[in-house]
Design a protein around this ligand. Structure first.
Ligand code: HXC
Ligand code: NAP
Length: 291
């Protein structure tokens, strides 16, 4: 067995309908594919209908599953209302929400216009609370025990320079995850989050690790497992958190980053750079100090 292997084998998500925002590309698409393979109906929503349609066609061919591709800007509550109504009309009900849509780019903060700050915060934070609020109201009214999964990042809690709007927004989404987990559990609604490390996607890598900069901020050098995440690994974790196998997991954020954030937070992990043969010398030097 390898980490690229699908974890569940059968119909663990059959009977469920899951809405994945940003499901037309990247990690959203990979999660969508696996949910469909596990028998779920999936609704994918983002701004570009043509991207969604191409993904839907591809995934129907690959999985034989059911999917609704519906253009929607998560910043706009009226569009989300229409999306939810269309999803219910198509599949009868909606049981899960994955807040995956995001906007991001690197920039020194002082170069940002207020609009540039807004665009990222509005997609990530406002988009996530708009979808959570409208789905939550629907679930509470219809007595459906829904599940929310928020895709955040490890800098939701560490913060990070050069992506400050994203850090602010993802921090808010993490806080919302824990807050709603506590408040809405009484309705049977669970809310969890995944914090991925570097997983290659066109959307993220083109904006965050452009060619000229790759050497300087190479995520492989920052990750002690020395590899990127594989999309199936993340899809496996998301399927578990959307399934009833995780029925008692609520308010949790699961980090899947190969140890990246802790590696870079630890005061002395940089000593990895010391070649084995130098340790005899260093030990002698350090022990010598005692005398
Ligand atoms: C400074 C910038 C900028 C840049 C845009 N702006 N790019 N400012 N540096 N690189 C400014 C614009 O000048 C404008 O402000 C404002 O932002 C809005 O820009 P638009 O281009 O009009 O916005 P829009 O077309 O809606 O595009 C939104 C976007 C874009 C966020 C800028 O990148 C996008 O569509 N992203 C969606 C997908 C995405 O980002 N995926 C990556 C997620 S990765 P002014 O004032 O000039 O009008 C992720 C991973 C995290 O989150 C962790 C990784 C390890
Ligand atoms: P991606 O392919 O660019 O995914 C972002 C998606 O969000 C796109 O499909 C985009 O589609 C959609 N979107 C953007 N603005 C939207 C809006 N206003 N309304 C609706 N949809 C919108 O990048 P990704 O790497 O797969 O990212 C997916 C998630 O993983 C994000 O939450 C990201 O923060 C998180 N993440 C990724 C990594 C990584 O290494 N890849 C690491 C940590 C966290 P449109 O542009 O067509 O609308």
């Amino acid at each position: 067995m390898k980490y690229t292997t699908p974890m569940f084998k059968a119909d663990e998500l059959s009977g469920k309908t899951i809405l994945v925002t940003g499901g037309g590309t990247g990690l959203g698409k990979s999660m969508t594919k696996y949910f469909m393979q596990l028998g779920a109906n999936v609704i994918i929503a983002s701004r570009k209908q043509e991207v969604l349609d191409a993904t839907a066609e591809e995934l129907i061919k690959e999985t034989g599953g059911k999917i609704l591709a519906y253009a929607c800007d998560v910043r706009k509550p009226l569009e989300i209302e229409k999306l939810i109504a269309k999803g219910i009309e198509t599949f009868g009900q909606i049981n899960g929400l994955v807040n995956n849509a995001a906007g991001n780019f690197i920039s020194p903060t002082e170069r940002l216009s207020p609009k540039a700050f807004d665009v990222v915060v509005d997609i990530v934070l406002k988009g996530s609370y708009n979808c959570s609020l409208l789905m939550g109201q629907y679930w509470i009214k219809e007595k459906i025990e829904g599940t929310v999964l928020n895709i955040v990042t490890t800098y939701s809690w560490t913060g990070s320079g050069y992506v400050v709007p994203s850090a602010v927004a993802k921090g808010g989404v993490l806080s919302m995850t824990r807050s709603l987990a506590a408040e809405w559990a009484k309705y049977g609604i669970r809310t969890n989050a995944i914090a991925p490390g570097p997983f290659p996607t066109q959307g993220a890598f083109s904006r965050l690790f452009p060619e000229g900069l790759k050497e300087k901020i190479d995520p492989l050098k920052r990750t002690p497992l020395k590899r990127y995440g594989d999309h199936q690994e993340l899809a496996n974790l998301s399927a578990y958190l959307m399934s009833d196998f995780s029925a008692y997991v609520n308010g949790e954020v699961v980090t899947i980053d190969g140890g990246e954030w802790l590696y870079n937070a630890g005061e002395f992990t940089g000593l990895d750079a010391i070649p084995e043969e130098m340790w005899d010398y260093i030990e002698k030097e350090v022990r010598g100090k005692k005398k």
